[in-house]
Ligand binder design. Structure first.
Ligand SMILES: NC(=O)c1ccc[n+]([C@@H]2O[C@H](COP(=O)([O-])OP(=O)(O)OC[C@H]3O[C@@H](n4cnc5c(N)ncnc54)[C@H](O)[C@@H]3O)[C@@H](O)[C@H]2O)c1
Length: 255
């Protein structure tokens, strides 16, 4: 029997990168997966890949910054796939989106998943929630180009780090609140992972080498390495683990 047999997972941001790899990984371990993304084509592409490999998946368009959409996605997953045991609040945007949008997607989006997801799972006997934080949810970031005196700060400066620290806090708080209701809540804090979000790493060799140098292992991570951690935290192998923010970062936060 596979580790996630008879489980149903809702994964946000499943159309690309970490969410896509996690959907494929959880499906390969037996879960039926609702692939949700603002990019509906991306979500459908992931669901199709899962189906091609004999797995069970569905797809839907979802904007996690819209509270009612998140609430509806939770109910729709359970009605379409027959149950709901795992919620992976993973969707996010990188730098450059400004304060309001970054907070709306990266922090409020996760909050809505917890606010509506945790009681939903609790009422049905429990489950596991995973959030994608970041090393930026544990420490500040150092940029490729330092700001020079007299330069204007970029719009939304610090928003990504603030949102991800918020995700770490929400993870701990919801873990405690729902600990007696059999709902485990954990987060993953990836280092720099080679996905479309950090396209600069494939476009600019100097930037890539700088980002690699931030990780004691001397390389960027792969989406599949985050997916492996997500599948573990979603499974009963993590049955006594709740409230952690797990760095999967090649040693980034150990320095
Ligand atoms: N790539 C990295 O280096 C890295 C490092 C740490 C944390 N993260 C986090 O990992 C998560 C996934 O990022 P990724 O690297 O896979 O990037 P990605 O760009 O490949 O995937 C993000 C997905 O989220 C979707 N999305 C964006 N806004 C959305 C919204 N409002 N509602 C629903 N879906 C939305 C996008 O369409 C996309 O498919 C994000 O939360 C990101 O902040 C990434």
């Amino acid at each position: 029997m596979a580790r996630l047999d008879n489980r149903v997972a809702l994964i946000t941001g499943a159309g690309s990168g970490i969410g896509r790899a996690s959907a494929i990984r959880m499906a390969s371990e037996g879960a039926a997966v609702m692939c949700a993304d603002l990019d509906e084509d991306g979500a459908q592409g992931t669901a199709a890949t899962i189906a091609e490999h004999g797995g069970k998946a569905a797809a839907m368009k979802l904007d996690v910054s819209a509270e009612t959409e998140v609430k509806d996605a939770i109910a729709r997953t359970a009605s379409e796939l027959g149950n709901l045991n795992i919620i992976y609040n993973n969707a996010g945007v990188g730098g450059g989106f400004g304060w309001d949008r970054t907070i709306a997607v990266n922090l409020s989006g996760v909050y809505y998943g917890l606010l509506h997801g945790a009681p939903f799972l609790a009422e049905r006997g429990g489950g596991a929630i995973i959030n994608t934080a970041s090393v930026a949810g544990l420490i500040g970031l150092v940029g490729v180009q330092p700001i020079e005196l007299g330069q204007p700060l970029p719009e939304g400066a610090g928003a990504y780090v603030a949102a991800k620290h918020g995700v770490s806090g929400l993870t701990k708080q919801f873990a405690i609140t729902f600990a007696r209701m059999n709902v485990r809540v954990n987060a993953i804090a990836p280092g720099y992972i080679e996905t479309p979000m950090i396209a600069i790493a494939s476009e600019d060799e100097t930037a890539r080498r700088f980002l690699e140098s931030l990780h004691p292992m001397g390389r960027l991570g792969q989406a599949e390495e985050i997916a492996a951690a997500a599948a573990f935290l979603a499974s009963d192998d993590a049955s006594f683990i709740t409230g952690i923010v797990l760095p999967v970062d090649g040693g980034y936060t150990s320095r």
